[in-house]
Design a protein around this ligand. Structure first.
Ligand SMILES: *Cc1c(COP(=O)(O)O)cnc(C)c1O
Length: 494
């Protein structure tokens, strides 16, 4: 199995090389050359999450020793990292099933990939006898940053840099990042939004002079963002696992199609669903849920992508994104002949004109919808009052969109992808339930925990007891300088 750039089919690399590089030299994203077939359901029934993961991932990582992969998967999704009966749980509430992906160390779904990826990167470094130290550059809208920092903390031969929008993440997300431990972690606030951070990081990968300079100093760049295929492959697993749980519970027949609703920002999570479908998962439709930044809703409805619009700050900050990187992979997957040339032209249009257009006919398996702040709050309240189930704002956006898009008589099963723990966003959850706004995030966690009658997750509480270690703030064009300064040893951990 090899991987190719979305912008040049002749550029081919192995899976491990793709993970090591993060992004192709031409600026394109690595995609699998083909999709392995889903294993027969009989071989998956009754299996643990780890066993299902192993079966799915083997097809994408043929060059990785199966014994190594098994050990990596077991470590990634073991009890030490994930709390609860299983790393992923499917909960039925009313007319939907919530696929809970937030029981990992940072309480958001980014853990599903970032607990495994460091193992794969380590293997890649070893197999290529890499001499340079790997510098992982990460732009974050809140959750990727913390998950990457936890995943790569103190991994030998790796430094991890995270750039977050100074005013664009929630107080708890920020607290989690600035208290990050580990001698190889660097967290920097950017005076800009997530798109500025992502653009700045992507630009460094295409800066050949910088690459050569870093190589001379003994460093090589990679990425922990979902532009890295190593982020996407582990995400395919839980779509299959969710379906398997419905099968095992006798809620669907084998082959029965299911609809997934995915709260979407950078389009990585929903793309993994599309990949699962390409492997043979019976998917009826994929609902792409956006918040007030509904660039994807508009795109799916019209075929016109327009990034030039104001970015709105919402209570679902991990979806406050106007340039969704992984859309490029989706377009590549649904396009026909000469698609690399076509993608190059579209991305050129996006860069120079801020917009591109495709035929709506290509976008058949997805439907888009969005929910504003009031709708999100109403969804949180309705589901809590009727079912006693607390949704975080990202999950609530997905739920609200699911309610809008599904037809009243639809008897099919619906899986809502639950991407974060409500404890990560207590203020929005509490105020949506008609409670007073908590004095601060810490109080919010406590109040929510009392309301739900359960202990708050320990990982979150810990962030409030640790000292702040990262105070760097830079201008939005300052990423390159910051990287060079820190690598030259100019950064002191406080
Ligand atoms: C990152 C994130 C999303 C968006 O996922 P994409 O893969 O970027 O589309 C949604 N919800 C939460 C909680 C997230 O952290």
């Amino acid at each position: 199995m090899d991987y190719r750039s979305t912008r040049d089919a002749s550029h081919r690399v192995s899976a491990l090389e793709a993970i090591l590089r993060g992004i192709a030299p031409d600026g394109g994203l690595y995609v699998p050359a083909s999709f392995p077939k889903l294993p027969p359901w009989d071989t998956l029934r009754g299996r643990s999450y780890q066993e299902v993961a192993l079966q799915i991932l083997r097809g994408y990582l043929e060059e990785v020793d199966p014994g190594f992969l098994k050990a990596a998967v077991d470590k990634a999704y073991g009890r030490e990292k994930f709390q609860g009966e299983a790393p992923v749980m499917l909960k039925e509430t009313g007319d939907a099933f919530f696929l809970e992906l937030f029981h990992g160390p940072t309480l958001a779904f980014k853990d599903m990939a970032l607990c495994l990826m460091p193992h794969l990167l380590g293997e890649a470094m070893e197999r290529t006898a890499m001499k340079e130290e790997v510098v992982i550059l990460t732009a974050t809208s809140g959750d990727t940053g913390k998950a990457a920092l936890e995943g790569f903390k103190d991994v030998p031969g790796v430094k991890v840099f995270v750039f977050y929008p100074e005013d664009g993440v929630s107080p708890i997300q920020k607290r989690q990042m600035v208290t990050q431990e580990g001698a190889n972690t660097f967290v920097v606030a950017l005076e800009g939004n997530f798109d500025d951070a992502q653009r700045g990081v992507k630009a460094l990968f295409q800066d050949e002079a910088l690459g050569a300079d870093l190589k001379e100093r003994g460093f090589s760049l990679s990425s922990a963002n979902s532009i890295n295929i190593g982020r996407l492959l582990p995400q395919i697993v839980y779509y299959v696992y969710g379906y398997l749980k419905l099968l095992e519970g006798g809620r669907i027949r084998e082959g029965e199609e299911v609809t997934y609703t995915v709260p979407t920002g950078n389009f990585g999570n929903i793309l993994a669903a599309h990949y699962a479908k390409s492997m043979g998962l019976p998917v009826k439709a994929l609902y792409c849920a956006s918040n007030a930044n509904h660039v994807l809703t508009d795109f799916l409805a019209t075929g016109v992508y327009t990034r030039d619009r104001p970015l709105v700050r919402t209570s679902s900050p991990s979806m406050d994104i106007l340039v969704s990187s992984n859309l490029e992979r989706y377009l590549h997957a649904v396009a026909g002949a000469s698609r690399e040339e076509w993608i190059r032209a579209l991305m050129e249009d996006l860069n120079t004109k801020g917009t591109f257009q495709v035929s709506k006919a290509l976008l058949q398996d997805m439907r888009g919808g969005f929910a504003g702040e009031a709708e999100t709050a109403a969804a949180i309240r309705k589901v809590f009052e009727r079912e006693g189930y607390a949704m975080d704002p990202h999950t609530a956006v997905a739920y609200a969109v699911n309610q809008k898009l599904r037809s009243p008589g639809d008897a099919g099963k619906h899986i809502i992808v639950a991407t974060a723990s409500p404890y990560k966003f207590p203020e929005k959850v509490l105020t949506s339930l008609g409670k007073e706004s908590p004095a601060d995030a810490f109080t919010g966690i406590r109040t929510l925990s009392k309301l739900l009658g359960e202990e708050p997750p320990t990982a979150l509480e810990r962030a409030f007891h640790l000292p702040v270690r990262h105070r760097d703030v830079i201008g939005k064009e300052g990423i390159k300088d910051a990287v060079l300064r820190i690598l030259k040893g100019g950064n002191q951990h406080g």
